[in-house]
Each structure stands twice: as structure tokens, then as C-alpha cells.
Design a protein around this ligand. Structure first.
Ligand code: ATP
Ligand code: MG
Ligand code: MG
Length: 413
């Protein structure tokens, strides 16, 4: 067999694991930079992996030296070194006893990852491009009078408002809902020294998300932005717990508008790959963009079973390798799907009933699939998910899958 292309992946969590599961049938090898026995490494044994942190420049360079292209499953990586690898190159043996530089493309582009890493800058940029976003303001640096700055935000937006860490947050871990001036002290304590910004509270009816594939030719010219269907995402305490395809009681027009906005957003970024655009849908039909993820996303897990011809993981691989089928359009093979996250509970065994149930529920009108990430259970940690695909409407599917939903909710209670 000819040499298989090698994709270097920064991060070996569940997204990386599902990416690896898609890579085999495509004939791609994935070299992972993360700790030994990370979820992705468990599912993909080879001798190309690098052990260490995806924030360590030396390790990233070692990974690059073994790869044809680099990508990420997490945006909190060192973009300085990614820029160097893409523009200057990494040292590799020249075959004659010396060393030479090899440039390795990074997808999505390091510029995109850098922009998205800072949620405040990300949204400032989108705002400048005419994308609807929630009003936001930077909060004074740690060391200065943060409480005065929090009061300024209250004067502007009223209570409640959302205080957010600009960098490094995920699953709502950098969010703090400020309900009154009495919260300022706790907010300052809890948020620590990190850069912060405040956002107007958005009284949304529903949260929507759209995955978008972005392709570019080898010269870096945009080829296409192609949306997946809009989905409804449910967040509880800022962490995603469920996803519904299609969104419940949302008109086709509205879904198409969300897709259009998501495509607009992604057209303003750089590089190839899949992107998630998280949005708020307001009562009056307004759509506001919350944030972008430059990679496969929790809201797109359902595509593994609902769009098996081109799941978000396969799309990511095809796009970054510049092999995305030219005429492909997303047509889900089922009319409905539901994804339920398995979040760790108080005990390591808290989710046992839920996983057991998932094995029993498949029937003529619904297929149920369990994805176990091979992670140690901790309270609130995403350790797996369950997707149910339905052969009729989303409301019928939700009815049939009610035991799953109830069992997942029980873990959190
Ligand atoms: P992710 O895991 O999606 O990366 P994150 O830590 O980046 O999460 P956000 O997406 O900013 O956090 O917020 C998490 C959730 O908090 C949102 O999905 C939404 O439910 C709620 N939220 C965020 N911003 C606001 C806002 N301005 N008004 C109301 N609710 C909000
Ligand atoms: Mg985020
Ligand atoms: Mg989010």
C-alpha cells in the first residue's frame, strides 16, 4: 500500500477519538499529541503519537515533523508555534545527514484559532463584520478596580448580566451570572486574575447551533461554506446536555436563517475544516451569535448516525485534506435525532442505569447508539453521549426516548 497521509492532532479527548474512528475508513492516519491513554489514543494505536501537552511548543513541533497537516480538537493551544510551523517550518532530517525546514499546513488556519481563543476579540471581530452579537464590554484588568468595572457593566446592561473569562473557558466554566451588586465580590474572587468581559443577558427562547464545512483550494482561496441542518441545543448551568434535530417548533424559514448566519460567520474566518456556530434565538425571531468553535462540536455528534455519509468528523478530515467531495450536500438519512450527553454524577456508577437503558431501547422506530469516551467519571464531566435517531418526527422521537432523558436528568439532580 502507498504511504497513508498523516494528520497531526493537537488534543486527544472525545472529539479526537471520534475523529480517529472516522479516519480509518478514509485511509488516514492520525498522530495525537496528548497524555498517554487519552480517549483518542485508546481508540487509535500507532507509533506516531506524541506524549505530552498540546500547549508545549517542543511537542507540537515534534508532532508537526511527523505530519502532513496539523489540526486541533481544542482551540486552547499555542498559536505562536502553529504560526511558525505553517510559515517558517519545523526541522526535519534532509536525508543527507543534515536538517531542513518542512512547512506543515495548519487547518483551520492559526489566525482563526488565535481569534477564536479570545471570546471577546472573536465577537468584536464578528460585530465589525455586521454579524449580530450580544453587546459586550471588556472588564478592567486584574489588579485595577474590577468592582468599579463590574458596576459600569451593570449601569450599561442592568442585572442580570453574564461575566465571562475571555480565554480558556469551555462547558460554561468561565461564566458567572451576575445577579446583583452583591455578587461582585464573589465574582472577583471566583474568576481570579484572568481577562474578563461582560455581556448583556440574552433572554433567548432557544439556543441553536449550525455546523459549517469550509473548504479552500491550495492557494488559500475560499471554495465553499456548506451548512449542516440547524439543531436545538439545551444547556443547563451553561453546559450542553441535549441536542435536538430538527429544533422543536422552529419554522423552516427560521432554520434557514440560522444556517445563513452561520455560513456568513464562517466565511469571515480562514482555513479549512468544520466549525460550530452557537446562536441564540429570540422571541421576536432575532438570531444572535454566541460563539464559534473551530472544530467538530458536541452539537454535531448526531451526524455520526443521522448523516453517516458525511458526519462532522468525516467532513473535518475530508476538508483539511482538501478532498471534500465537490458536489456534496448534507441530506440527513433520518427525519429526527436526539443526542443526550452523559455527564458524570456524584458517584462513578451514577450513569450505569443510563448506559444500561441505552442498550435496551432500540425498536422499530428508533435506533439508539451509545458512545463511551473511556474517561474517568467526575461530577459534571462529559464522559459519553447517546444518540437516538428516529424514523418519524422529533416529537415522536422525544416521546420514545423519554426514559433516556429522564435517566440523564436524574444523574444531575
Ligand atoms: P462551550 O462549552 O460551548 O465552549 P463556553 O464555556 O464557551 O461553552 P458560552 O458558550 O459562552 O460558554 O456560554 C455557555 C452557555 O451559557 C450558553 O450556551 C448559554 O446557555 C449561556 N449564556 C452564555 N452567554 C449568555 C448571555 N449573554 N445571556 C444568556 N445566557 C448566556
Ligand atoms: Mg466556548
Ligand atoms: Mg458555548
Amino acid at each position: 500500500m502507498t504511504k497513508k497521509p498523516v494528520i497531526g492532532l493537537l488534543g486527544g479527548g472525545q472529539l479526537g477519538r471520534m475523529l480517529c474512528e472516522s479516519a480509518g475508513p478514509l485511509g488516514y492516519q492520525i498522530a495525537i499529541l496528548d497524555e498517554e491513554n487519552s480517549p483518542a489514543k485508546q481508540a487509535n494505536h500507532n507509533d506516531l503519537h506524541v506524549t505530552g501537552s498540546f500547549k508545549d511548543p517542543a511537542k507540537i513541533k515534534l508532532l508537526a515533523s511527523r505530519s502532513d497537516v496539523l489540526t486541533v480538537e481544542i482551540e486552547h493551544v499555542d498559536t505562536e508555534v502553529l504560526e511558525e510551523i505553517a510559515t517558517v517550518g519545523v526541522d526535519v532530517p534532509d536525508g543527507q545527514g543534515g536538517m531542513t525546514k518542512k512547512k506543515v499546513p495548519v487547518h483551520p488556519d492559526w489566525k482563526t484559532i488565535r481569534l477564536i481563543q479570545d471570546k471577546y476579540q472573536q465577537k468584536e471581530y464578528l460585530g465589525q463584520k455586521g454579524i449580530p452579537i450580544a453587546e459586550q464590554m471588556a472588564i478592567a484588568d486584574a489588579g485595577s478596580d474590577r468592582k468599579a468595572s463590574l458596576q459600569d457593566a451593570a449601569n450599561k446592561y442592568g442585572f442580570p448580566y453574564m461575566l465571562k473569562g475571555a480565554k480558556g473557558s469551555y462547558d460554561g466554566r468561565g461564566n458567572f451570572k451576575v445577579r446583583s451588586a452583591e455578587d461582585f465580590e464573589t465574582a472577583v474572587q471566583q474568576m481570579g486574575d484572568q481577562p474578563l468581559y461582560a455581556e448583556r443577558w440574552v433572554p433567548f427562547e432557544m439556543e441553536l447551533a449550525v455546523m459549517v464545512v469550509r473548504t479552500e483550494d491550495d492557494a488559500g482561496k475560499l471554495q465553499k461554506v456548506m451548512p449542516y441542518p440547524a439543531v436545538e441545543t439545551i444547556h443547563e448551568d451553561s453546559v450542553c446536555t441535549k441536542v435536538f434535530f430538527p429544533p422543536r417548533n422552529v419554522s423552516d424559514d427560521m432554520q434557514a436563517r440560522a444556517q445563513k448566519i452561520a455560513c456568513d460567520v464562517v466565511s469571515h474566518l480562514w482555513g479549512r475544516g468544520v466549525f460550530a456556530v452557537e446562536m441564540f434565538l429570540l422571541k421576536d425571531g432575532q438570531v444572535i451569535v454566541n460563539e464559534i468553535a473551530p472544530r467538530p462540536h458536541n452539537s454535531g455528534h448526531y451526524t455520526i448516525e443521522a448523516v453517516p455519509q458525511m458526519s462532522q468528523y468525516k467532513a473535518q478530515l475530508c476538508a483539511i485534506m482538501n478532498g471534500f467531495p465537490v458536489d456534496f450536500e448534507v441530506v440527513p438519512r433520518v427525519p429526527s435525532a436526539l443526542m443526550v450527553n452523559i455527564l458524570g454524577g456524584a458517584k462513578p456508577t451514577s450513569h450505569d442505569d443510563l448506559t444500561e437503558l441505552s442498550r435496551k431501547l432500540t425498536n422499530r422506530s428508533m435506533d439508539v447508539y451509545l458512545h463511551d469516551y473511556g474517561k474517568e467519571s467526575k461530577p459534571g464531566r462529559k464522559i459519553g453521549h447517546i444518540t437516538a435517531i428516529g424514523y418519524s418526527s422529533i416529537s415522536k422521537l422525544v416521546e420514545m426516548a423519554q426514559p433516556l432523558i429522564a435517566s440523564a436528568d436524574k444523574i444531575r439532580a
